[in-house]
Design a protein around this ligand. Structure first.
Ligand SMILES: Nc1ncnc2c1ncn2[C@@H]1O[C@H](COP(=O)(O)OP(=O)(O)OP(=O)(O)O)[C@@H](O)[C@H]1O
Length: 604
């Protein structure tokens, strides 16, 4: 995923997403998860309403205290009001706790469910999907996008509803207390809306720029750390440092621009608040002097005006949350809609085939008029090939001829575009995956090892295998020699993708991993150059054991392996152009002769 996360964020995720782009289907997708929490959502909304109501109570109670009790000299009434104010804060506190807890409860549950479903779905998608989509993109959606949804579901809804209830509540109470003074103090609202819109738009784009510049910085760090060996070997440190400084400077400038808008917003809100208070004080004061309204009303108004502006400013931030959550939701749903799935046959048929293959599995392979393209161009072109049970068949061909692609089709990492691939006379599409993976093992060209112990890496495909079984396999293929020399033997940690092992050692572990499954069909996609002569010799010695009693397809790059094959096929541009014994091909096939002379013999 080198550079993937950052790259993707710069290119796609941070483009300005309009909430209008959210289609019904995407919203339906979100609601399908929320449905299960209907009752809790109702309680959460109720709690939000209570929080807003409770926050409205204190100024109104102050008005009553001033007008009805202080003016009348009624001390016991005054104490009652003081008690009610405290009570209103207790109610506020209680419901505030519940609204936050419930919103987080619902939000976190929904997020966990979406994340689990997404992960499960991603595991079922075929290599076609992963060829199109970079790992960085997928990673970013599972983590970054799902987190953006968390912001929306856990806090976004609370803010939106609370702000909405509070603003409406304040306006209603103010209008009720004195509509003339209320309308007069609302004069400030257009100013606030204009400011919030003006600054909000710029802040959104400034923050988007901040994220973009940060993503570029991340991508740079990630890529350069992954390639640190090459960077040091090629003496690129100074140049890279210059590039990094440049990115870092851009990041600094973007942050400063965002901070300057942010620094403007709150003083302007304060200004609006002070203006509102001044209007209330001047116009309200005059109304009190003229006797039109009471002193209590002006006190309540002052408090309401003060409370009015925070939620208004808040709404511009909430819009931000909604926008990024909308974009994230869209991308998550698009992954759910991805249908690059390798279909499996239904359970009943699967059972019939399982039973049939259990007693009567013929390890023979037939490619019939097979064509396949990763994208548009055909990589396998009308290929026909039959490999008999127990045969050792080697494939040769120039680089890019399509040899490894045949191995991928046999492991059903992709489905064919045309033709048929039969294993034991059954179309590969009808063989349940669990059977296929037990019958066929691939030793790939590029070995992948997990950051775990040698033991766990070998038994990755057969987790129930005992250490004794693993050791027996390693003994047979001569892998135990180097493993036993390691400081912790089979418990040695191999590091990220086996970084602590040599190329040859990694390959030996990969052989052992395949052999532990005891496959009837073995595919060896030979690496060209990663193995030193000593390990090569060990591998060749262990090879006979590896091959005996199995049908083997070897994608051969070495003459030594070629010698083990009973039949050799020559591939060119996705076609099998010839096949036969080494001697026959050497005599009759120019391409084969050239391959042997120019490339394979070099490795002998
Ligand atoms: N995931 C992929 N997406 C798109 N094209 C691909 C993909 N994998 C391979 N190809 C293309 O398919 C063609 C066949 O590749 P393949 O790996 O089968 O060749 P090969 O014969 O095994 O080569 P080599 O001997 O170098 O390993 C090449 O042109 C390659 O560029």
């Amino acid at each position: 995923m080198r550079g993937g996360f950052g790259r993707r964020m710069t290119s796609e995720a941070e483009k300005d997403f309009s909430l209008k782009e959210l289609d019904r289907e995407t919203l339906k997708f979100l609601f399908s998860y929320l449905k299960a929490y209907k009752l809790k959502i109702a309680f959460a909304v109720l709690a939000m309403l209570m929080v807003s109501l409770a926050s409205l109570a204190a100024p109104y109670l102050s008005k009553i205290a001033v007008d009805d009790y202080i003016a009348q000299g009624d001390l016991s009434g005054l104490n009652l009001i003081a008690l009610l104010i405290v009570l209103s804060y207790l109610v506020f506190w209680l419901f505030s706790y519940h609204q936050t807890y419930l919103a987080n409860y619902i939000g976190q549950h929904v997020i966990a469910e979406i994340r689990d479903d997404l992960y499960q779905h991603l595991q079922t998608l075929s290599m076609r999907f992963y060829t199109k989509e970079s790992t960085g993109n997928v990673m970013s959606t599972v983590t970054h996008d799902v987190n953006a949804l968390t912001d929306l579901l856990s806090t976004g809804f609370i803010h939106l509803l609370n702000d909405f209830f509070t603003i409406s509540g304040i306006m209603i109470v103010m209008l009720y207390l004195d509509y003339r003074l209320a309308l007069l103090s609302f004069i400030v609202i257009p100013f606030v809306i204009f400011t919030v819109r003006f600054l909000g738009k710029r802040m959104r784009s400034a923050y988007s720029d901040v994220r973009q510049k940060l993503a570029e910085l991340n991508a740079d760090v990630e890529e350069n750390l992954s390639g640190i060996r090459l960077i040091q070997a090629l003496n690129r440190e100074a140049k890279n440092e210059g590039e990094f400084k440049n990115l870092s400077w851009k990041n600094f400038k973007a942050n400063l621009a965002a901070a300057s808008y942010f620094a403007l917003l709150f003083p302007l809100m304060e200004l609006a608040k002070v203006l509102g208070e001044a209007i209330v004080l001047a116009a309200g004061g005059a109304a009190v002097i003229s006797g039109r309204i009471s002193l209590g009303i002006i006190i309540a108004f002052m408090a309401y005006v003060r409370r009015f502006f925070a939620p208004l400013a808040d709404l511009s931030q909430v819009y931000n949350t909604y926008q990024s959550a909308g974009a994230a939701l869209d991308r998550i749903n698009n992954y759910f809609k991805a249908d690059d799935i390798l279909e499996e046959i239904d359970k009943e048929e699967s059972l019939i085939i399982k039973n049939k293959l259990k007693d009567d599995f013929k390890a023979e392979l037939k490619f019939k008029n097979v064509s396949f393209a990763y994208e548009k161009e055909k990589v396998i072109d009308n290929l026909n090939l039959e490999i008999k049970a127990g045969e050792v068949f080697a494939l040769v061909g120039e680089t890019g001829a399509g040899k490894s692609t045949l191995a991928k089709l046999l492991a059903r990492l992709y489905d064919l575009d045309e033709g048929e691939l039969l294993i034991s006379e059954i179309n590969i599409k009808n063989i349940p995956f669990d059977i296929l993976r037990k019958k066929i093992a691939v030793v790939p060209q590029n070995v992948f090892l997990f950051n775990s112990t040698i033991l766990e890496n070998i038994r990755y495909a057969a987790p129930n295998a005992s250490q004794a079984e693993v050791e027996a396999i390693c003994g047979k293929i001569n892998a135990d020699q180097f493993i036993k020399k390691m400081p912790k033997g089979y418990q040695t940690e191999v590091g990220e993708n086996g970084v602590k092992l040599s190329g040859g050692q990694k390959q030996l572990l990969s052989f052992a991993r395949a052999m532990l499954v005891d496959p009837k069909i073995l595919i060896l996609d030979e690496a060209t150059s990663s193995v030193d002569l000593y390990t090569e010799k060990i591998i060749q010695e262990g090879m006979d054991e590896l091959l005996s009693g199995r049908t083997v397809l070897i994608i051969a790059h070495r003459f030594a392996t070629l010698k083990k094959a009973e039949r050799i096929g020559v591939m060119k541009e996705g076609r099998l152009i010839d096949s036969g014994s080494h001697q026959k091909l050497l005599k009759e096939n120019e391409i084969y002769k050239e391959l042997v002379n120019k490339q394979l013999l070099n490795n002998e």
